[in-house]
Ligand binder design. Structure first.
Ligand SMILES: *Cc1c(COP(=O)(O)O)cnc(C)c1O
Length: 461
């Protein structure tokens, strides 16, 4: 076997060749259907010094993942966006709500959701990788709102990347729709699908597998199955750990979870040696992960709509990465389980694996009533308005014992992106931050299509 380039990425299903960072970034999913993970986890021996800024910190965390795969200076151009595009001097400030209870604010980027953080960097890295190879890339993505907005903002105006975003017609919030449709970028095509989010996801899968579309060009997707996006979320855990100082090793992180991308980035941070105590995934009523850890049966069910719409995910795609790691990187076992899951919508975790998974993460589900109560309580007690996703995490965080260490809830979106849910809980609408001002005055560009592959292909042209 040829020596693999370092740092190399391997598939969780074990039968794709190893690739470098650029290979993983441009492919999205591995050819064998698995997800890319680093062949070896880089170790971080010391927390970055308190004196370095968000950019230097991200450089330090991400450089071992990129290695020699990109020209010198490209990573630095990407991480520079963490201050250029973010409206807070600390990029991701850690705020103490009450003794021992913190929120890590990840929403100060251009579209006011945490997905900006990695997406902004990935756009720069992807463009540079394509320039180096003289290639172009067609990105297709399905969105329930936040991913599409962050992608349009990050990739709009890029030279070598075209972006197609499918959103369910009438089922994203007006703010989210306007963020996607008013960008005015020639390389972005917005399709409003007459259907629901699952229709959009199904169509994206069909597009990625369609020979006519992929002939002669690279086609990929930009959600958190993409390793580059996931890696791009690790630095803010380092930033939080640094802010916590000596308490960091005992801190529990509570991550509002949909596809388990953000939470897996936290797992990776700890695996790399960053100080961290517990990791708890908080879901809304779409609780496949919680049931899997309770019963050992991981099962796809119909997603139910909730106030935390960006977490209305029925089968969190990054669960496969966690299973791979918790099984001791057993790719044959992982492949068997997830090929079965793709076929049957259901898999049973062997007892030993289930016990190992429980040692890595916890998971809890938060109801709609609890989410609304939490928005009201955080306003009453701390004078802060939080979005429904953040409220899910905060509610789970408050249930934890804080006597052994601090609890950090990740705050993933600005409340003004979800004014209806906030107003229902508080009786008033949240104030809009500057990056969400002025959307209504702009011209919207999108096409409405039927939920069929033929209709989407015709629109793409
Ligand atoms: C995407 C999203 C989440 C869920 O993140 P995952 O990585 O999919 O688990 C949580 N909150 C907000 C606001 C989001 O946009």
């Amino acid at each position: 076997m040829a020596a693999s380039p370092f740092p190399a990425y391997v598939s969780t299903r074990g039968s794709s060749p190893a690739v470098d960072f650029v290979g993983a970034l441009l492919a999205g999913v591995a050819p064998d259907g698995g997800l890319y993970v680093p062949a070896f986890w880089p170790e971080i021996s010391a927390l970055p010094a308190a004196s370095i800024d968000a950019i230097a910190l991200a450089n330090a965390i991400l450089a071992p993942f990129v290695g020699e795969a990109l020209e010198a200076g490209v990573l630095e151009r990407a991480t520079a966006r963490l201050t250029e595009q973010f409206r807070h001097a600390e990029t991701t400030p850690l705020i103490e709500l009450e003794p021992g209870l913190f929120v890590l604010e990840l929403f100060h980027g251009p579209t006011a959701a945490f997905k900006d953080y990695a997406m902004q960097m990935v756009a720069v890295l992807g463009e540079a990788a394509l320039a180096g190879r003289g290639e172009r890339l067609l990105l297709v993505t399905a969105t329930s709102g936040d991913t599409g907005a962050a992608a349009v903002r990050a990739f709009g105006g890029m030279d070598r990347i075209d972006l197609v975003v499918l959103h369910p017609l009438g089922r994203v919030s007006p703010v989210q729709r306007l963020q996607m449709t008013t960008a005015g970028a020639a390389n972005v095509l917005n399709l409003a699908v007459r259907g629901d989010f699952d229709d959009c996801q199904r169509l994206v899968k069909q597009l990625l597998a369609h020979p006519g579309l992929t002939a002669g060009r690279r086609v990929s997707s930009v959600n958190s199955i993409n390793w580059a996006r996931l890696a791009g979320q690790i630095p803010y855990y380092a930033s939080a750990a640094r802010s916590l100082g000596s308490q960091a090793a005992h801190a529990t992180y509570v991550v509002p979870t949909g596809n388990f991308g953000d939470a897996f980035a936290g797992w990776a941070a700890r695996r790399m040696g960053l100080p961290m105590g517990g990791l708890l995934a908080a879901t809304n009523r779409n609780d496949a992960l919680v049931r899997a850890l309770e019963t050992g049966i991981y099962e796809r069910t119909q997603a139910v709509p909730t106030a935390s719409v960006s977490m209305d995910v029925q089968a969190p795609s990054n669960f496969e990465r966690l299973v791979f790691e918790a099984s001791g990187r057993d790719s044959a076992l992982t492949r068997g389980l997830f090929e079965g899951f793709a076929r049957d919508g259901r898999l049973t975790l062997p007892g030993e694996l289930l016990a190992a998974l429980r040692r890595e993460v916890g998971a809890v589900s938060v109801s709609e009533a609890e989410t609304a109560q939490e928005i009201a309580r955080t306003w009453a007690q701390a004078g802060r308005v939080v979005c429904p996703h953040t409220a899910v995490a905060l509610h789970a965080a408050r249930r934890l014992d804080r006597s052994s260490g601090p609890v950090v809830a990740l705050s993933t979106a600005h409340p003004a992106k979800f004014p209806e849910a906030v107003e229902a809980a508080l009786g008033f609408a949240p104030e809009r931050p500057p990056q969400l001002e002025g959307l209504e005055g702009r011209t919207e560009v999108f096409e409405i299509v039927d939920p069929t592959l033929a209709a989407v292909l015709a629109a793409i042209g």
